[in-house]
Design a protein around this ligand. Structure first.
Ligand code: NCD
Length: 300
């Protein structure tokens, strides 16, 4: 299997640390570098994306690479071409790396087994979204020396969230304590067994009590085929409002991977408050993806 980045679960802590350190260099880098000149990065997005896709493209261009972006709706996937045929077609054009988002968990792993090209997972179903966890860690570390001992509350549709899984793996490797919180239908008990330092609660106030970081998640209705979920009542029980934030540490960070739904996962005043680092996360998305692309392109 060619080098790439498929998930945080299998990435050693030292490798994660190296990416986070390198991303810090890129936060202040010149707008255009020469590091990846002559390389070609293909962005292959089978699911919608604003932040991830744009920031991978900007990151590749800043490193000096060429980029091509393909979305399923405008490609031959909409003409019935199978995943393997699409991938073999792209592989035959010999890109230096493929960044892939797909609705099926494990799709990038499948691709990585079939192609000699390094694959970067930009979100696979409900499984992992490694660069999101890396940019979240970078954002926390911009404000705190270490992740060790932090209490991080992850609140919302945990069951369908690849962001929650990747963050659990990463935070657990760095000895932070993760509290997962959501309505019972969206919070499977087995998740706490995935890695050490993870606990569960259905009570939002309990999750937030003394938290250093609150990560809110979107209710992913597009993945909830089996659950008739009353999305309108959601805000009343699991929407983050100022009165909740007051229960956390005074310098708590409020995070959200986006896209945010104001009035559903969090109130507008919280989203726009001093405690919110949502746009810092977006900004760090570019620096972190530069670090990931540099590593993957160097190894290929
Ligand atoms: C997340 C995703 O696609 O997994 N968004 C993102 O990448 N910034 C979360 C979401 O869609 O709710």
């Amino acid at each position: 299997m060619a080098a790439g980045l498929l998930g945080i679960e299998e990435l050693p802590r030292e490798e994660i640390q190296k990416i986070l350190d390198r991303a810090r260099d890129f936060q202040h880098a010149a707008p255009k570098l020469d590091i990846a000149r002559g390389k070609m990065v293909v962005n292959l997005f089978f699911e919608s994306s604003t932040r991830t896709r744009t920031s991978f493209e900007i990151a590749a261009k800043r490193l000096g690479a060429d980029t091509v972006s393909i979305s399923a709706s405008g490609s031959s996937v909409s003409k019935g071409e199978s995943l393997v045929d699409t991938l073999n077609t792209l592989g035959a054009m010999r890109p230096s790396a493929i960044v892939m988002r797909h609705a099926a968990s494990g799709a990038p792993h499948f691709l990585a087994r079939h192609l000699p090209t390094p694959i970067i997972n930009a979100g696979d179903g409900t499984h992992e979204h490694p660069t999101q966890a890396l940019l979240d860690a970078r954002t926390i570390l911009d404000r705190t020396k270490s992740l060790e001992g932090l209490r991080v509350a992850i609140i919302g549709d945990i069951a369908h969230s690849r962001v929650a899984r990747s963050n659990m793996y990463l935070l657990s490797k760095f000895d932070a304590h993760v509290v997962l919180c959501g309505p019972p239908a969206l919070l499977p008990k087995q998740l706490a067994e995935l890695c050490p330092n993870v606990t569960l609660t259905f009570d939002m106030r309990e999750a937030i009590e003394g938290a250093d970081v609150i990560m809110m998640l979107r209710v992913q209705l597009e993945r909830q085929n089996e659950i008739p979920f009353p999305a309108n009542e959601y805000f009343q029980f699991y929407g983050l409002r100022s009165e909740h934030v007051e229960r956390a540490k005074p310098d708590v960070l409020v995070m959200h991977p986006g896209p945010i739904n104001r009035g559903r996962e969090l109130s507008s005043d919280v989203a726009d408050s001093q405690r919110s680092v949502i746009l810092n996360q977006v900004e760090n998305g570019v620096a972190v993806r530069m670090a990931v692309l540099e590593k993957v392109l160097n190894e290929s």
